[in-house]
Ligand binder design. Structure first.
Ligand code: SF4
Length: 102
């Protein structure tokens, strides 16, 4: 998957090595985003967000990616097919559910 920080250049190509297959983030090697410049997933406007989300929709590790972003409270970029705003809403919904269950 992409990195947790926006890249320096919108034209940069994702040349990062694949993650260690034994690491908890080994799923990242299967991400469709590896075929796109990292900047694609750190868009500056709504059109860019929708473009990134469309790529995520066909990704085989979309669920792992979203949970990773939620678990690590990653604030920037599109992860797991969800925008920054959508992830904040998911986390808020989970907090409310957890409070209601107690
Ligand atoms: S869901 Fe999107 S951001 Fe996550 S690994 Fe797949 S393509 Fe990359």
């Amino acid at each position: 998957m992409n990195t947790s920080r926006p890249p320096d250049s919108a034209d940069a190509v994702n040349t990062s090595p694949p993650p260690d297959p034994d690491s908890p983030t080994a799923w990242m090697a299967e991400g469709r985003c590896r075929m796109f410049p990292p900047a694609t997933f750190f868009p500056s406007d709504g059109v860019g967000v929708e473009k990134a989300k469309k790529i995520c929709r066909g990704c085989p590790v979309v669920d792992q990616c979203l949970e990773h972003a939620l678990e690590h409270r990653i604030e920037h970029g599109v992860w797991g097919g969800a925008s920054e705003r959508q992830r904040r809403r998911i986390l808020k919904g989970r907090r409310i559910e957890a409070q209601a269950a107690n």
